[in-house]
Design a protein around this ligand. Structure first.
Ligand code: ADP
Ligand code: ASP
Ligand code: MG
Length: 448
């Protein structure tokens, strides 16, 4: 059972989590929890402030978030037994103060310090949740994820080392579960082989949960969030969004990749590999069924499942006569992105040009300089990717024309279809994304 940040935002949220866990206690759950909502952002912002040299401001900015933890602890945990959490919090404050000082002095590699700092969100939320559950009579035990999830050294986006992780998870958790305990782990955080804290990337708690579920051959992975499952589009964009009862793994992966952040893309992988059904449920409406993600959704053709989107996209266009009839050009092009560890989202090619999109522009300047050796490069920021997903796109005719005729007055900068037959992806100006989604939703999901 994985609980996201909004599911552990305040006293009322912790109360809900307690009820949800206790109702399934017979199923012997393992709980993976995210940082309390907004805490990860706050820790990242504190790191940035400290980096600029303002250690004091960085530390002070965290005070309101420490207070939120204290408030939950005061509410649920009796004075005497509350000591465990108080001690933990005090320790976290001291360690964070030290880490932020080091950041302002740059006395350790910054990427390493950043992960160490940001890990306190999940370190604290998992400790707090364990204490809250214990105070309510559940045999909860906090387990430090950094001892179980082993990763490479890629701070900020570390890759788990599966065999070692699976073995440690089993070794540590199986006896605890057998003894009737409910292990409580922080998501997102892990450690490399040297024992240094790493993180799995934003939204990575889903990934942690999937790894644990796979290692334990769980009967089900439940992702508890603030919406009722995966919906036909982001409910924040369009009020008409509806819950999708069943999704195939492939559809879920495409959706997640293109911005439906309700499920982290990597969550899919360990679950698929181990045939574990994933269920996305709503902490605020625990009786609603939500979405099941299964190996094969066996849907009728013609079905469009959902519309995902991602904003803040930059288009790069590379034009080169050298491309014409020659091989090796694409390989040279991709090597540039590989060198700067930058993921390409959408790509489309013609005889003499390649257009592609990026959402991570941290290394953009260097990439553009290197691509300049291959051809003329144009950079166009301010776009959004819209991605229509559904197994129905595989077989049926007329769907693409329906999509494009619905928005025939919108300028489309790039289109990609066919690589995965379950998605139709296109790129439009950022400011029209919301409108495009509303209109497509209206056209594709009209109640029959
Ligand atoms: P958590 O903190 O539980 O991990 P996230 O914020 O990562 O939650 O994901 C849930 C959010 O994802 C929802 O509040 C919703 O706004 C957004 N979202 C985007 N696309 C979709 C979609 N297709 N279906 C459901 N939620 C979506
Ligand atoms: N707390 C982390 C984040 O906000 C991980 C997660 O919530 O999944 O990215
Ligand atoms: Mg999430």
């Amino acid at each position: 059972m994985k609980f996201g940040g909004t599911s552990v935002g305040d006293v009322a949220a912790f109360e809900r989590v307690f009820h949800i866990v206790s109702r399934q206690i017979e199923r012997r759950p393992v709980v993976v929890v995210s940082a309390m909502t907004k805490v990860t952002d706050a820790l990242l912002a504190a790191f940035e402030t400290a980096k600029k040299g303002d250690f004091a401001a960085a530390y002070t900015s965290l005070e309101p978030h420490f207070d939120r933890h204290v408030e939950v602890s005061r509410h649920f945990i009796a004075e005497e037994s509350g000591k465990t959490f108080d001690t933990e919090l005090q320790l976290a404050r001291e360690e964070l103060s030290d880490l932020l000082t080091r950041t302002s002095r740059r006395s350790l590699p910054l990427s390493m310090l950043k992960d160490a700092i940001v890990s306190y969100g999940e370190q604290l939320s998992s400790r707090l949740l364990a204490e809250v559950l214990k105070a309510n009579g559940i045999a909860a035990r906090q387990v430090d994820s950094r001892r179980l999830i082993v990763t490479d050294d890629e701070f900020g986006a570390a890759q788990p080392i599966w065999e070692e992780t699976a073995e440690l998870v089993r070794l540590e958790l199986e006896p605890a579960i057998a003894a009737g305990e409910v292990p409580i782990m922080g998501g997102f955080i892990a450690a490399n082989r040297a024992g240094e804290t790493t993180t799995l990337g934003r939204g990575g708690s889903d990934y942690s949960a999937a790894l644990v579920a796979a290692a334990l051959q769980a009967s089900e992975l439940q992702i508890w969030t603030d919406v009722t499952g995966v919906m036909t589009c982001d409910p924040r964009i369009c009020g008409e969004a509806r819950t999708i009862p069943v999704l195939s793994y492939e559809e879920a992966a495409e959706l997640a990749y293109f911005g439906a952040k309700v499920l982290h893309p990597k969550t899919i992988k360990p679950a698929v590999d181990h045939s574990i059904p994933v269920r996305v449920c709503n902490t605020f409406e625990p009786n609603e069924i939500g979405t099941m993600v299964l190996g094969d959704s066996a849907e009728a053709p013609n079905k469009i499942k959902s519309i995902a989107h991602k904003k803040n996209i930059t288009i790069l266009r590379i034009t080169s006569a050298r491309m014409l009839g020659s091989y090796g050009f694409m390989s040279a092009l991709f090597q540039v992105f590989e060198r700067y560890r930058t993921v390409i989202d959408v790509i489309s090619t013609s005889e003499v040009s390649v257009a592609l999109t990026l959402d991570n522009t941290a290394e953009l300047d260097k990439i553009v300089t290197e691509l300049g050796r291959l051809g003329d490069v144009e950079v166009e920021p301010g776009y959004g990717v819209v991605c229509v997903v559904g197994e129905g796109l595989r077989a049926s005719t007329g769907l693409a024309s329906k999509v494009f005729s619905t928005i025939d007055d919108v300028n489309i900068a790039l289109v990609s279809h066919g690589a995965s037959s379950v998605n139709l992806t296109f790129v439009v100006k950022e400011e029209v994304v919301a409108d495009v989604i509303k209109r497509l939703h209206q056209a594709l999901f009209k109640k029959d």
